[in-house]
Design a protein around this ligand. Sequence first.
Ligand SMILES: Cc1cc2nc3c(=O)[nH]c(=O)nc-3n(C[C@H](O)[C@H](O)[C@H](O)COP(=O)(O)O)c2cc1C
Length: 468
Amino acid sequence: MDVFDAIYRRRAIRDFDRGKKIAPEHLQLILDSARYALPTPEGILPWRLITIKDQESKELIAGCAREVAQTIFGASFEIFGPGHLWYLPESLQLRVAEHTTTGELWEYPRDADVVVMPVLSTGGWTDSVVPFADDVEMVSQYLGFASQNMWLVATSLGLGAGFNAMPFMDIRRRELEQEFFGIPDSWQALGGFAFGYAKAPRYYGPARPPLEGSTHLEYWGNPYLRGAFGKSGYEAMEFPKMDLIDCIRNLNVVDTFGPGEVPWWKIERIIDAGMWGPVPENFKQWRFLIIKNQASKDYIQTMIDEKKYTPWSFNYPELQFSRAYDTPEKQRLAKVEERLERGYGSWIKQADTLIVVFSSFTNWRDQPYPTLGANPNPNRNVSVGCCTQNMMLAATAMGLGFNYEVMTVADRRNRQMLIDEFGVPGVSWIPQGIIALGNPGKRFEPARIPPLETLLYAETWGNPVTRK
Ligand SMILES: Cc1cc2nc3c(=O)[nH]c(=O)nc-3n(C[C@H](O)[C@H](O)[C@H](O)COP(=O)(O)O)c2cc1C
């Protein structure tokens, strides 16, 4: 299936046909797509997956989901009117509210053929004292990249999928489930990602806001007006097609950009693809800032260049024995020298366009208890990560090169500097990463893509999956 078809056809499915099983080779394709997701700058995939087919396990997840949903929605007057369902027509609000009040809507992992449990590392992703070692939320976007790949591949195979965060949102139940599945403390289960054949298409939705409602130009608060409303008229548009799996496996990550401008319609299409990622509760907890201004790019580049002098990551022992782990020993010193020289590269200042992706947790805050609504929660970043994955796929499919910057947003001092420089209301909106776009130059050599077996357990943590 064409990558854009998959992006726009994907839906959260919550009603599965128990009688229909996923073909093993299809499940393999879905799971395999996860490992092509971008790793952290250290080359690490900070997540693991557990595939669950056992009915008792599915029942536990489904039961927890129902109970948590009941707690959230059951006693709530809000759900019936001005609250969560504001985006539905009034005639539908009651129907959906009845379904949600009992929590039954969230029981669907019970009927799914396979539940994939995404588990996030809460610290194991780094071996040193970098400031974002404990920034679980920032790290969780990498799980979003992988989840979106799986969701899209399932869509392309005619399957349904639904990411169900509900069973793990309450801390007590999460602990219970973590014990049941044997998940150690340094890993956090984030969802019951249900896969199977849909019983019926979604009966309503989804909806997305217009681009103008969530995109700024150069500085926060300066609204972006899309081409259709501007003076310049339309550019010639060609919509290339690319096979989804091809695109997932060959993301066009570059180390340098060539000359030439990215047409505005491509920028718009990338952001639109992002907005069609999954968003829990229709929260729309993303915003985008388009930067074309060279002085702004140079400013960000300066912060990245400084990283070369951070002794915790750019020192001989760390680079030689940790980061260069996949290089044969004899070649390591040369690789370390090159790394010390290059730092994180100069592609930010070379890029034609930057898109800063923001996420928010304050717009989840209509609930007074310690769950998604009241606290930062990794799932908001997982969701924005899913959206970012759509954007990276869209860029690749349209023949653009891209790279993804997180060093500045993960360093708290730099993050504040970005917030100040671009006038971002930092209490509510947090930069999550920067997509750099342009015509491709030199391709980035990806770190080794790990075999699926190293990322996957069957039924319980630690139970290896062996290659047949
Ligand atoms: C991180 C994350 C958590 C989610 N949690 C739930 C959930 O607990 N229950 C659920 O039914 N859907 C959940 N969803 C799915 C969203 O509700 C769904 O994406 C949204 O309604 C938009 O619809 P669409 O995905 O069909 O575009 C979640 C999605 C993400 C990305």
